[in-house]
Design a binder for this molecule. Sequence first.
Ligand SMILES: Nc1ncnc2c1ncn2[C@@H]1O[C@H](COP(=O)(O)OP(=O)(O)OP(=O)(O)O)[C@@H](O)[C@H]1O
Ligand code: SF4
Ligand SMILES: [Mg+2]
Length: 345
Amino acid sequence: MTTTNHTLLEVRNLTKEFPLRKGFFNRTQGSIKAVSDVSFTINRGETLGLVGESGSGKTTIGRSLLRAIEPSSGKVLFHMDEGQTVDVTSLGMNELRTFRRNMQMIFQDPYSSLNPRMTVRDIIAEPLVVNGTSNRTEIDAQVRDIALRCKLNIEHLRRFPHAFSGGQRQRIGIARALALNPAFIVCDEAVFALDVSVQAGVINLLQDLQVELNLAYLFIAHDLSIVEHISDRVAVLYLGRLVELAATPKLFANPFHPYTEALLSAIPEADPDQPMRPVALAGEIPNPANPPSGCYFHPRCRYAEEICKTTTPEWKEYQPGHFAACHFAGELALKGVENVKEGEA
Ligand SMILES: Nc1ncnc2c1ncn2[C@@H]1O[C@H](COP(=O)(O)OP(=O)(O)OP(=O)(O)O)[C@@H](O)[C@H]1O
Ligand code: SF4
Ligand SMILES: [Mg+2]
């Protein structure tokens, strides 16, 4: 994998298995490989979109990067501004606690992720206090600054979360994530629970903050239109394996993987009145505890040949920056979407 001076995060062969428990005694019987051998990089100030059906392992990747859950194997390397590289996967618990200021997560549900008994001021201040800032005036100044950046009304900082709307609560969640000045944020379905009319405001805020603070995002979402809008590059996940990764305009206009083609075909027409629709694909996603042989996508792939049933396709860079895992990548005439972002195709 190529890294440059701009690389912030480097993920190498990340794998996460969960034990599968069954029966009356809840005994471990085998395991689910939720994430298999996933490798990618994220640059400073970049948004990498991560898409795939429900259960494909998006959250597991996001949480493993921050070690909110422990990866089973693989490496997560964080390249600091000063040129130093930190192996996040090998940090001890104390070191990890200190290092976590560099990487934060914004959750899907702003209702359950904010403590209802704390004021907004205290919610935003908590990470500062936990990390050793004790001067009240300094904390208040920082909370004020972050709240203003997140376009929260600073007159309302003494209120409790229930007094705020969904969009405002998500802004509070973002403000809290920003308190320690991280370089990387995992946004896991960060606008999913919000009304369509409110989503745009939160997306714009994330984009403004990205420019102001040079933030990198892993942006996990079901909604491909939002992913296209916000992402510089997009990674596509199927049953825990990456199947394609490319610059957003390339991936949308000229996909190399049949699964990406299928996902793109399900994007609803650009109509602001249309509610978000789930991805429509033939057949169910297979059980990750018992994945198909060869290419995991073969039972659902209309281009499948004999080799696909027996041989796992290699993850390869077919064009500069355009990765895919398909025996016929680049050879199939796959259909993308037409109205790719202006001037970027
Ligand atoms: N703690 C856990 N224990 C056992 N299995 C788990 C656990 N967390 C996730 N899984 C399994 O790992 C797989 C990936 O789950 P994950 O939540 O990462 O998917 P996702 O892509 O985020 O899905 P969604 O779009 O629904 O949020 C699923 O099969 C899920 O059931
Ligand atoms: S390897 Fe075969 S089954 Fe898998 S996506 Fe490519 S054509 Fe389809
Ligand atoms: Mg998820």
